[in-house]
Design a protein around this ligand. Structure first.
Ligand SMILES: [Cu+2]
Length: 313
């Protein structure tokens, strides 16, 4: 093996001679070869390896080292390519918004802004659990008032009404209401009238979804974990959904809007309604615990109207 190293140095190829213990090495770049080096010795236990006889072991060590480096590079690439938690949050339609200049079309306008809590934020609350505690635990987070770090109010539903919006609609959408960890998910959502609602249950225990529009029952479906139920939301209004299997802490809201111009605020209290026909409208801001309020708003073609609101007003 050492002879082959000598031939390589003769052709000007950087030769490599190891010196010192295994793992330490030096490279020889002399065109006529390297000066002789001290035979290296490895001691360990009772064995002692000298110079050339250890080159196969060295090559094996190098190959193992290279394989480890390669494996770690591949692992790092996978980690870098995987979506981060922040990116996953941004995948939420309510959280990911295009810059303002990309949100405005030529013939329509945009309404955007932030809902903030108008007071000193209370501490996040919890709701006591009275049943199925082995699975649900003793409490669940109270989602009826969720306030972000800058006072942003989550789960405010913004709707637009006005004569200029009559006749405007989009193809019916599809939303879903799941049962996750003994809570309805999402807690608040909005959709256009005519949309389809898919009810499902990701928990291993039995739930129920009883929806009322005012006092009228719209549907009341038992939901074992394997059942999926589709309902068409054919009347506008505010649906309140509860679980009547003695899960009194469970509730959800769906606002069924008569037109496609609505939004639900994200965890920072932000909302955006795009593609609004130019005109004067009433913007309504609904929250399940805070007093509803409304504003007159004029939307112009090609412009984004900013409207920030405090709740309670
Ligand atoms: Cu339930």
């Amino acid at each position: 093996m050492s002879a082959s190293v000598g031939r390589q140095t003769h052709y000007g190829t950087p030769s490599r001679k190891r010196e010192g213990p295994i793992g330490s090495s030096r490279f020889c770049f002399l065109p006529r070869g390297c000066p002789p080096t001290r035979p290296s010795t490895v001691t360990g236990g009772t064995s002692s390896l000298v110079g050339n006889r250890r080159r196969p072991e060295l090559d094996a060590l190098r190959r193992r080292f290279l394989r480890r480096v390669l494996a770690r590079c591949v692992l790092a690439c996978f980690i870098l390519a995987a979506p981060s938690p922040a990116a996953s949050q941004a995948a939420d339609p309510a959280e990911s918004r295009a810059p303002a200049h990309q949100r405005v079309s030529r013939g329509t306008g945009t309404l955007a802004g932030t809902l903030r809590f108008g007071g000193s934020p209370p501490r996040p609350g919890v709701l006591r659990v009275y049943k199925e505690r082995a699975f649900c635990g003793s409490s669940v987070p109270d989602q009826s008032l969720v306030i972000g770090s800058a006072g942003g109010l989550k789960n405010v539903v913004v709707t637009l009404s006005g004569t200029g919006l009559q006749g405007h609609s989009r193809p019916p959408g599809a939303i879903q209401l799941d049962n996750v960890g003994c809570r309805f998910a999402p807690h608040v959502q909005a959709t256009q009238v005519g949309s389809t609602l898919l009810l499902l249950n990701s928990d291993p225990i039995l739930h129920d979804a009883h929806a009322r529009l005012g006092r009228r029952t719209v549907f009341n479906d038992g939901l074992p974990w394997w059942r999926r139920v589709k309902r068409t939301l054919d009347r506008p209004g505010l649906l309140k959904i509860i679980c009547e299997l003695h899960h009194a802490w469970m509730s959800a809201y769906i606002i069924v809007a008569p037109n496609p111009f609505f939004a639900v605020t994200d965890s920072r209290g932000r909302y955006v309604i795009e593609d609004i026909p130019p005109g004067a409208y009433e913007a309504r801001f609904w929250h399940e615990r805070l007093d509803e309020t409304s504003r007159r708003v004029v939307v112009k073609a090609g412009e984004e109207r900013q409207m920030d609101v405090l709740l309670p007003p």
